[in-house]
Design a protein around this ligand. Sequence first.
Ligand code: ZN
Length: 466
Amino acid sequence: MAHGSMTTRFIYNHSPWLFQTLIASYYGIYKSFQKFGDSYQRCFEHINKSQWFSAAQINELQLRELKNVIGYVYQNVPYYSELFKRLNLVPADFQSIDDLKKLPVLTKEDVRANFERLTPGNLSPKDVITEHTSGSTGKAMKFLLSKDCYQKEYAFLRLQRTWAGVEDDDRVATFGGHAVIKIDRHKPPFWINNYFEHQVLFSSYHMSERNLGFYAEKLIRFNPDLILGYPSSIYLMASYLSRRNITVVKPKAVITSSESLLDFQRKLIEQVFRTKVYSYYGNAERVSNISQCERGGLHIKPEYGIIEFLDENDEPVEEGEPGRMVCTGFLNDAMPLIRYDVGDIAIPIQSECACGRSGPLVKEIVGRTDDFIVTPNGEHIGRLSQVFKGIDAVEEAQFVQNEKERVIINVVKRADFSEHDSKAIIYNAKDRLGDDIGIELRFVPNIRRHANGKFKFVISNVAREI
Ligand SMILES: [Zn+2]
């Protein structure tokens, strides 16, 4: 219901559950027409073939797509026509992927400030969807998405599903951002059936200890082939099942998206569901995609866009070093973004995947650029999930930094949490963040989700000010 109007949402929220189920199924059919049209089919056929392209063919494909985008924005997008003029550039100046560097990096702030001028003049409103990012980094942002691009995104998700061994008609349990149930609902069901797409959409907003038993019952009854959604929500489910030794839910695969997948989450989810977790990376702006293959390789999808990995001076990082993902998308004619700093960090590697597919790989998707604590001497420290390595008695945790000299770690304890665990967390945190920063543990009953249901592992209001 993400794109529903306020009125639709009001009616939906105030309808009895059975009626909501009917709406969800109807909505599923409606969305299916939007998702699975001609562009979806054509795109899937294309990427299903091109996944086996050689490195030379991939390079050729990317260059062709890049030239298309450059020609398109030069012709149709005022922001770029002016920028090209100012820099004395014409489309013919882009003859290799490297020529992209002739253009500056585009920031979120640039998009906010130039929204109208970034909108192509040739657009028909009926082909366009207005999207809003969640604003989990502090500021919300709006941008345009073509309906064509929306369909193509689903072709990439389908390819990811085939890599995970999941078939089209398989049953899917989702734990994601759909606010499927009224937020103040206190009794089950905390889910909606979408019969048309063989889906059960579980609410990620109601996963308290008290409610998780109902979730477990439903999940066991539904017996999904695929579990899809936010890693933090799937982790909560897995953790509940693990503590009760429930091992009957055996999907073919778990696919996580929308948040960074932390090591301890992957470990427990794989253990409980006895299957592999595939990490699917995309962004709301639809500028890049990383899908994980059956051999574990994180493949940058070359048909989707180009990703550069840059340091703070906008220079390429060394292989194996974390870099800001600066993306040039190929799919979205409604608002093409070139060298767009999407706000995520990943580590590129030069290697070949055992699956035999060519093309660029990343070693790890590290997280959002603001998933960092800033130390008093200005260092940005990330990958903080390491602090909980080997500590099993923590249900969930979150770092909050409101001032430079102090970090609060909110911890949701499990029953077997001990003083020893407290000491270990503080010791590990000091080890990672240094001695100049105060660490305070706070025990909380749960960790509040964002408006979109997402879990944020690190909130640094200091990092945001820089
Ligand atoms: Zn691979």
